[in-house]
Unconditional design. Structure first.
Length: 309
């Protein structure tokens, strides 16, 4: 647990931050009225109070915010936490996106005392959820979701707003209940190129551990989700789709008409699910207990399923 010692902003870039004691923190933006806030990965800067005190002990007279930190916090050595670590203060949720930085020009504090600790001690974060922070508030290390997931709904009518997407939210709800972090979702028309591009974006840019699609797996001329999925694959992983079909055949013989695929793109598992809420819930209930081990193996966090005697 940490304690907020200073809440700092600067209205203009290139000027020192000042301690304002309290601030509204805006989701996917940063501290209100702070010049460095915005739609980028360095929305909030954090610095260890202990690191600043050690700097002051060397005879330097520096004010809170002098190193460009938004939040000065006692109790955490931030540079020891990896990218992706999540902290929470009241309703504010922050995820570390960068450790330290390179100073391209010597800052004002460097000119004053000949050193600056922000490049080696500071970290940067994006705002996952907004709220208010004040001096004296507690900052907590938040348990991070075990896996990062994305969801794509393939639906012509859904993409045009003519039909409410119910299967996508159903997937998100079940994943959240099982400890997955939903990175983002998308609703797209049944267009192979669009689906392929979005699948690649989820895998290569968002770097989700698992991507679920729903819809577009049947015999309709417009159904093309499996084709887009196979185009994106670097490895095949057919067992998951086969297992879902086998399980679903015990519920309805129409499961034989599913063309759903399951593949890997580098370190992302991509799984096609049916388009109905009922079938989505049945499929996830069946595969989720085993899926975690497969993802861990893919990421290199666990050994293989069986041992050779």
């Amino acid at each position: 647990m940490g304690t907020i010692k200073a809440v700092c902003i600067s209205e203009k870039k290139g000027t020192a931050k000042r301690n304002v004691a309290t601030s509204v923190v805006i989701e996917n933006h940063g501290l209100e009225n702070d010049a460095h806030a915005g739609n980028w990965h360095r929305q909030v800067s954090l610095l260890s109070y202990e690191a600043v005190e050690a700097f002051r002990a060397r005879g330097a007279k520096v004010e809170d915010g002098a190193f460009g930190e938004n939040l000065l916090v006692e109790g955490f050595d931030f540079k020891t936490y990896p990218v992706g670590t999540v902290f929470q203060c009241n309703d504010v949720v922050l995820e570390i996106t960068q450790i330290g930085k390179q100073c391209h020009s010597e800052c004002e504090i460097f000119h004053q005392v000949g050193d600056c600790i922000m490049p080696r001690e500071g970290v940067f974060a994006k705002v996952l959820h907004g709220g208010t922070v004040c001096v004296g508030d507690e900052l907590l290390l938040k348990d991070k979701a075990k896996f990062r997931a994305g969801v794509i709904t393939a639906s012509d009518k859904g993409s045009r707003g003519e039909r409410e997407d119910l299967s996508g939210p159903a997937i998100c709800e079940m994943l959240s209940e099982n400890g997955y972090e939903i990175v983002r979702t998308a609703v797209l028309p049944d267009e192979e190129d669009l689906l392929y591009d979005e699948i690649v974006r989820f895998c290569d840019e968002d770097q989700v551990d698992v991507l679920f699609t729903t819809g577009g797996t049947g015999f309709s001329p417009r159904d093309c989700t499996p084709e887009a999925t196979m185009r994106a694959a670097t490895k095949n992983a057919p067992g998951i789709a086969e297992a879902i079909r086998q399980y679903s055949l015990g519920i309805t013989p129409r499961a034989m008409l599913s063309r759903a695929a399951s593949v890997m793109r580098n370190k992302t598992l991509i799984i096609n699910l049916p388009g109905s809420v009922k079938a989505v819930k049945e499929s996830l209930t069946f595969i989720l207990p085993t899926l975690a081990h497969g993802i861990e193996i893919m990421r290199g966090d666990a050994g293989e399923c069986g041992k050779v005697e």
